[in-house]
Write a protein that binds this ligand. Structure first.
Ligand SMILES: [Fe+2]
Length: 290
């Protein structure tokens, strides 16, 4: 009896050992891919992850938190060297050699846009800001944007539209039509810091960047701006809530309780600001295999 039990037990042990070994077995091809990935530049890993995460309409209609978490975790590890940049110190854009540049010339330094990759589903790009430069308040219609500050400090002010939309038409000529928005962020991001995400309707879809020091931001936009598909970048100016009064009929979302006015602002659409000085530069980081 005992030997029968022993036989069964031995068989079970062999079966379990085989099972355990097969679980550990990694096919050669997969092992090769995994080894390749460990040596692939981070920017390649980011591209690969974006490619599997995004569809032509950005994230799927009901995105699970997992791909977003993966993207953030990877972006969190990025520093300037991963995309071929050198960190600029706050002094780098002040002194310009022995002769220097005067204040106005220095402030007129452009923001540099570096395109890493663009396809129908997403854009990977970098913005390099000299101190005090500003990307004015603008929107990302229907888009999700991941932003990682690579070096330096940047002030971010961000809003989301109040829904249902609350629009005030002015009776006076020359006064703009304004729409109510709620403040989502008003803070300084200093590297190293985590990745920020904005979504089509939350997280601060409309934002304004001001460089506190020289800084650079790695952005992933999904889907990309495409004017022909209704994804046009529109610029805005913000007015305090009190600037347009509180004379709204009940029930349209504009009744703000006392003490909360500072969390709201009226936004008016404007033309692309003349003083937005941006030029495109050449991305010199690791190339991507597409
Ligand atoms: Fe933006």
């Amino acid at each position: 009896m005992f030997s029968e039990i022993q036989k069964v037990t031995d068989k079970a042990m062999v079966f379990l050992q085989k099972k355990a070994l097969s679980a550990l077995y990694i096919p050669k091809q997969k092992l090769h891919m995994a080894m390749n990935n460990t040596t692939a530049p981070k920017v390649q890993l980011l591209y690969d992850l974006c490619k599997t995460t995004f569809t032509p309409s950005g994230l799927s209609s009901s995105p699970s938190p997992q791909p977003i978490h993966k993207l953030c975790s990877l972006l969190d590890t990025f520093g300037p060297a991963d995309v071929g940049l050198k960190e600029e110190s706050p002094d780098d854009d002040r002194g310009h050699g022995f002769f220097g540049l005067n204040r106005v010339t220095r402030w007129a330094q452009p923001i540099t846009y570096l395109d890493i990759h663009e396809c129908d589903n997403f854009t990977m790009c970098i913005f390099c800001f000299p101190t005090s430069s500003v990307i004015p308040l603008h929107d990302h219609p229907g888009m999700t944007v991941f932003s990682k500050v690579l070096y330096g400090s940047m002030h971010v002010k961000a809003y989301d539209w109040v829904e249902p939309s609350c629009i005030k038409e002015s009776q006076e000529p020359g006064c703009p039509q304004v729409r109510l928005a709620r403040l989502a962020a008003d803070k300084v991001l200093t590297a190293p810091c985590g990745t920020s995400i904005l979504y089509p309707k939350t997280g601060g879809n409309l934002h304004c960047f001001t460089a506190v020091t020289p800084c650079a931001v790695l952005d992933v936009l999904a889907p990309p701006y495409r004017e022909d598909l209704g994804r046009k970048c529109t610029y805005y100016v913000d007015y305090p809530y009190s600037a347009f009064g509180n004379d709204f009929p009940q029930g349209n979302g504009a009744q703000i309780s006392n003490g909360k006015e500072e969390e709201y602002a009226w936004l008016a659409e404007i033309e692309t600001p003349d003083d937005l000085y941006m030029r495109s530069g050449v991305y010199v980081g690791p190339s991507i295999r597409v």
